[in-house]
Design a protein around this ligand. Sequence first.
Ligand code: CTP
Length: 406
Amino acid sequence: ELGDTGDALGLSVYAVGGFVRDLLLGMENLDMDVTVEGDGIFFAESFARTHGCRVRSHPAFSTAVIVRPDGSKVDVASTRLEYYESPGVLPTVERSSLRHDLYRRDFTINTLAFCINKDRFGLLTDYFGGQQDIQERIVRVLHNLSFVEDPTRVFRAVRFEQRLGFHIAPHTENLIRNAVRMNVLDKVGGTRLLNELILILREREPVRAVFRMAELGLLPSIHPALKQVGEAERVIHETTQVLAWFRLLYLKDHCEQWQVYFLALCDRLKQEEFVGICKRLSVPGRVVSRVFGLRNRALGVLEAMQRRLKHGPPIRNSEVYYCFQGLPLELLLYLAARTRHEEIRRFVSLYITHLRQVRCTLDGIALQQMGIKPGPELGYVMKHLLTARLDGTITTTEEERSMAMS
Ligand code: CTP
């Protein structure tokens, strides 16, 4: 369809970047990037008009996003040249050739263009040896300044290498190490850095990428405290197991995998180091204090439980419930990964799969109708009933009623 619009307007249209890479690798990729030889915005608007799509245009960059009725998106770029007139100022954009457009890209494997006009459909343009590098499974930059121009590419290199099972070419790896040595990551804003980290930690199997980042010195350049990530190795590996277990439960609750890995990555860090990393990643202050508070509480709970297991009487379900209540899933899963006690892991599991759903049949209104006054007394009765339900000392509404009255 995109090709038809190109044909109608007399414009050459190419699928480019990750979409073509994954096509050649036989992998699914629903994000389509398209480059138009000519005015991409005009193209996108024409396509949207005839196909009932919305379009968001960015004239300053000669780009547009087509949003289909089903929500899927196509990024449209115009072949263009960007001039940085002075550092820090937005680039001046001018139209140029497809070759120039592809030359600006990060790695050769992302520089293939697949023509989607009808008469040349499927014709592959390969200026920089992308096909060969895909075949040989190599991540290679196009030129020596690639990481200096855009330091976030060091993370992209690791992400592609690990996701696709490729190898970063030796020269490219040297350029990464040089860039790290030159502290180029210091100039990258926290939000961009966090985004790259999130993308890696959201990958299907992020653990090898984490250790590859550590080995290339990328983690310490986010924050010096991340140098000791090796010490968190056990917890990071356990995180994979715990997340696999959680997925098999097929619960409706959404869990942010990246957050669990992030907590694992920071496992050995002191609270102030943890806060330092969050600040470097531009996490907003109120979020930092919330996470900081919750992480503290969770670690405190873990210690208290360990002590209880050693000395105290058996831990009751209601105790597990009140310990874990209010902790987000991500923190609970992190605790399960962190603990060395099988019993505590079972408590987390029991809480997630069962205890947190437990409710009394009699709610506040029903109890008031039975004559209990609103206020602290009602609160006390409700907690008492819930505790009894959790511990299984009562199981029916009748028992709830008689307990409430006594
Ligand atoms: N790109 C780049 N430098 C960056 C980010 C992106 O050169 N820092 C280029 C790459 O050529 C990439 C294209 O822009 O192919 C689109 O970016 P993105 O959608 O992030 O990359 P994909 O290759 O599609 O990656 P993914 O499979 O993770 O979506």
